[in-house]
Design a protein around this ligand. Structure first.
Ligand code: PLP
Length: 356
């Protein structure tokens, strides 16, 4: 039976990525060696690293003055590296979910953190809009897509101070204006590569302003100076990311991805709204994520939750159980998820409805 992969992360990758990784594991770039056993300083791998950075810049239209870094430690290490490199006296954070809260907690180690707004009171089911960002904060941190709760900030904010964004789960899903950000970062395992590498797009001129001593490995400058080759980088995940970037480009880039992503999300949200058994977890249309679509059973049909989960699994739907902090269901519809999988899930929802 065909499986439809709705996992939130690690998550679906394009068949192109998987096929090319398999090939590279067998024979990397005609070297006669596996990508698992080549030096990260070999000319073949240096070329992969360079081309992956170049494709990042091309696809996201990254302006001059920014560097693309591939780092270990996941998005979670960025929660620490950001304040370590940017925090002088005060930072501002928007609290829109578990990941945002974790980022905020790390910043507090360095001093005063202003939580400008939080949607915690409503289990993070909306994006706060009425807040002001203190103009004397060193930076403002947001999480553009809240993977667990299914909310998303879908436009680039204008805030007068350096803007830092965790885009782990929506990078490459929609156009962004990179020039509005000081740092954009994320783990690769949602929309780009297997786990093991994080990306950071860093504007060089925001660095070098803090007095503290920064451990070498946690200093963005170290990695900028060495083109992410200060120490051994995660070779295989970078190789996989390179394949996904090529796939993105040959499929029309971000504009084309976004068009399909919006189509997929519209299809699924419409069915959730139409189907008598389900209701979207996020009520406001403008706050709904196009990458992680969360829904729950209506009050009347609560007791069918387990049954639907088993029914959907029996039909090849994988990974739709919602995160334990929301319950219900979550269908992650990342770039590599075909429209056909969304259609298959919708058929399953309809069939389940007609059985009840
Ligand atoms: C998954 C995720 C993280 C955590 O990433 P790790 O690479 O596991 O540290 C952080 N932020 C967001 C928005 C995520 O979706």
């Amino acid at each position: 039976m065909k499986k439809h992969n709705f996992y939130a992360g690690p998550s679906i990758l394009s068949q192109f990525t998987i096929d090319n990784v398999i090939e590279g594991v067998r024979d990397f770039a005609g070297t006669g060696l596996s990508v698992l056993e080549v030096s990260h300083r070999s000319k073949e791998f240096v070329a992969v690293n360079d081309q992956a950075q170049a494709l990042f810049k091309e696809l996201l239209e990254i302006p001059d003055g920014y560097h693309v870094l591939f780092l270990g430690g996941g998005a979670s290490l960025q929660f620490t590296m950001i304040p370590m490199n940017l925090f002088k006296t005060k930072a501002a954070y928007l609290n829109t979910g578990s990941w945002a809260s974790k980022a905020l907690k790390e910043a507090k180690i360095y001093g005063e953190v202003v939580e400008v707004a939080s949607s915690k009171d409503a289990n993070f089911n909306y994006i706060p809009r009425d807040y002001s960002v203190p103009s004397d904060a060193d930076y403002f941190h947001i999480t553009t897509n809240n993977t667990i709760y299914g909310t998303e900030i879908k436009s680039d904010l204008d805030v007068g101070i350096p803007l830092v964004a965790d885009m782990s789960s929506d990078i490459f899903s929609r156009r962004i204006d990179v020039s509005k950000y000081a740092i954009i970062y994320g783990g690769a395992q949602k929309n780009l590569a297997p786990s093991g590498v994080a990306f950071a797009i860093v504007k060089e001129d925001i660095l070098g302003k803090v007095d503290r001593a920064i451990p070498t490995m946690l200093d963005y400058k170290t990695h900028i100076d060495k083109e992410s080759m200060f120490n051994t980088p995660p070779v295989l995940p970078i190789f996989a990311a390179f394949q996904t970037l090529k796939w993105l480009k040959s499929n029309g880039g971000i504009e084309a991805m976004n068009k399909v992503n919006v189509e997929k999300a519209d299809m699924l949200y419409s069915e959730i709204e139409r189907n008598k058994l389900f209701v979207p977890a996020v009520s406001k249309d403008e706050d709904r994520s196009i990458m992680n679509i969360c829904f729950v059973m209506t009050d009347e049909y609560q007791e069918l939750e387990q049954d639907f989960n088993s029914f959907a699994s029996s039909k090849g739907m994988v990974g739709i159980k919602g995160h334990r902090s929301v319950g219900g269901f979550r269908a992650s519809t990342y770039n590599a998820l075909p429209t056909e999988s969304v259609a298959a899930l919708i058929d399953v929802m309809k069939e389940f409805e007609s059985n009840h």
